[in-house]
Design a protein around this ligand. Structure first.
Ligand code: AP5
Ligand code: MG
Length: 200
């Protein structure tokens, strides 16, 4: 049987809580037609639907803690299978642990595809806290309103999620992007990296 190259382009938008992943995802999906996959958004819709999964996840999310790997990986698998015609996926807030990274690679391999690039937004801790507290005034997100919970989210990122960048660095897939400045300037920097890979 002839090997057929799968032309999907998948990217991970990586960065700490408040670094602009959701904001820039909207710009990227509008420009490139990728399928947005935010595990935070999927979990919040489970909570809104008052599912068992949602109720269990809510306890951890309200404390600023990561939800167990199996729960998140199962959700991602279901979402990808529900979007078989996607040109590619933009992963936002996933993977967040090394186990999630390994599981994602396996899911993509089953579809004869892989991660094209990991774009890592870099933002100072002071700016992250400022942005999240500010968003908490209007977002209705219970994890945005309390500075101690925001600190927990940032600590979870430092303790469990920074290893994800190390994991992809061994495959030379990580590009750091300055995540402070205007939304448009940051989008231009992201688009330059995406364009250079799509042109190959
Ligand atoms: P998730 O929903 O992924 O939240 P997060 O990673 O904490 O990040 P945010 O969504 O708060 O920030 P963002 O980087 O998207 O920034 P945004 O664009 O919104 O996860 C929530 C929880 O779900 C986790 O704590 C965990 O419990 C659970 N979870 C989710 N995924 C999981 C996983 N894979 N495994 C286990 N658990 C998981 O911007 C933030 C604010 O800044 C906005 O107000 C925005 O307007 C503003 N802003 C954006 N860009 C700029 C700019 N350039 N200048 C000034 N302000 C800006
Ligand atoms: Mg987000």
């Amino acid at each position: 049987m002839l090997y057929q190259h799968n032309p999907m382009f998948n990217l991970i938008l990586f960065g700490p809580p408040g670094s602009g992943k959701g904001t820039q995802s909207e710009n990227i999906i509008a420009a490139y037609g990728l399928q947005h996959l935010s595990t935070g958004n999927l979990l919040r819709s489970e909570i809104a639907g008052q599912t068992t999964l949602g109720m269990e996840a809510k306890r951890m999310m309200d404390q600023g803690q990561l939800v167990p790997d199996e729960v998140v990986i199962g959700m991602v698998d279901n979402f990808m299978n529900a979007h078989p015609g996607a040109k590619g996926f933009l992963f936002d807030g996933f993977p967040r642990t090394e186990a999630q990274s390994v599981a994602l690679d396996a899911l993509l391999q089953q579809k004869n595809t892989e991660i094209g690039v990991v774009l890592a937004l870099e933002v100072s801790q002071d700016e992250l806290v400022k942005r999240l507290l500010n968003r908490g005034l209007t977002s209705g997100r219970s994890d945005d309103t309390n500075e101690a919970i925001i600190s927990n989210r940032i600590a979870e990122y430092q303790n469990k999620t920074t290893v994800v960048a190390n994991y992809y660095r061994q495959f030379n897939k990580v590009v750091a992007i300055k995540g402070e400045g205007t939304v448009n300037d940051i989008f231009s920097a992201l688009a330059t990296e995406i364009d250079s890979r799509l042109a190959k």
